[in-house]
Design a protein around this ligand. Sequence first.
Ligand SMILES: CC(C)(COP(=O)(O)OP(=O)(O)OC[C@H]1O[C@@H](n2cnc3c(N)ncnc32)[C@H](O)[C@@H]1OP(=O)(O)O)[C@@H](O)C(=O)NCCC(=O)NCCS
Length: 191
Amino acid sequence: MVTIREEKITDIAARDVLLDAAYGASRFAKASERLRESRVPADGLSLVAVDRGRIVGTVRLWHVSAGPGCAALLLGPLAVDPAHRNRGIGSALVRRAIARARLAGHRAIVLVGDAAYYSRFGFTAVRTAELWMPGRYDRDRLLALELRPEALAGARGLIAATGAFAPKPELNMLIAANDRRSRQARVQRAA
Ligand SMILES: CC(C)(COP(=O)(O)OP(=O)(O)OC[C@H]1O[C@@H](n2cnc3c(N)ncnc32)[C@H](O)[C@@H]1OP(=O)(O)O)[C@@H](O)C(=O)NCCC(=O)NCCS
């Protein structure tokens, strides 16, 4: 059975392997990544899907402003292990993330993604016509969901990161993380 829970620090290596499989190296070139790098995600809004002890899905939400003075969250990256797709895991992660964000009093969520997928959760481009992401992205893929009525009414300008800065990792921590990730990838390939 698949369960959705908050991400723990010990999930990070498996999550990285999952994201590498879903997006490859291009994940670091995405416009959304410019809003996530060096920041910590919003509290309680990093979720993973776990199947028999294994991380099979991930989603995170991040603090941004949708134009000056308009607090919102950015959703992403969302990924599900290729072997576990089309079982409703991606939808369960997004729905849980939305519900938790609403409960925590957040006002709106923006993302860059396929409208054909995200429209089922209520995301549309209606409120994003006057918003811009940093870097290159496809305008049709900039979508938003209001958690409070009119939360993005009049939203205009650059979407900017507003989350707390992540502590700078030390070199030995980066090397250890890279080793953990290689080990995890080997285990998953062998499974
Ligand atoms: C997108 C993703 C998270 C969906 O996860 P999932 O667990 O398979 O999703 P669900 O089981 O909840 O939903 C599956 C449905 O979404 C549809 N779907 C999946 N990706 C889609 C996309 N990019 N555009 C439109 N529909 C999509 C499937 O065809 C399926 O449709 P159906 O319900 O009519 O059969 C997963 O395919 C993934 O990790 N993809 C690679 C990373 C990615 O592209 N992430 C962001 C999406 S913009």
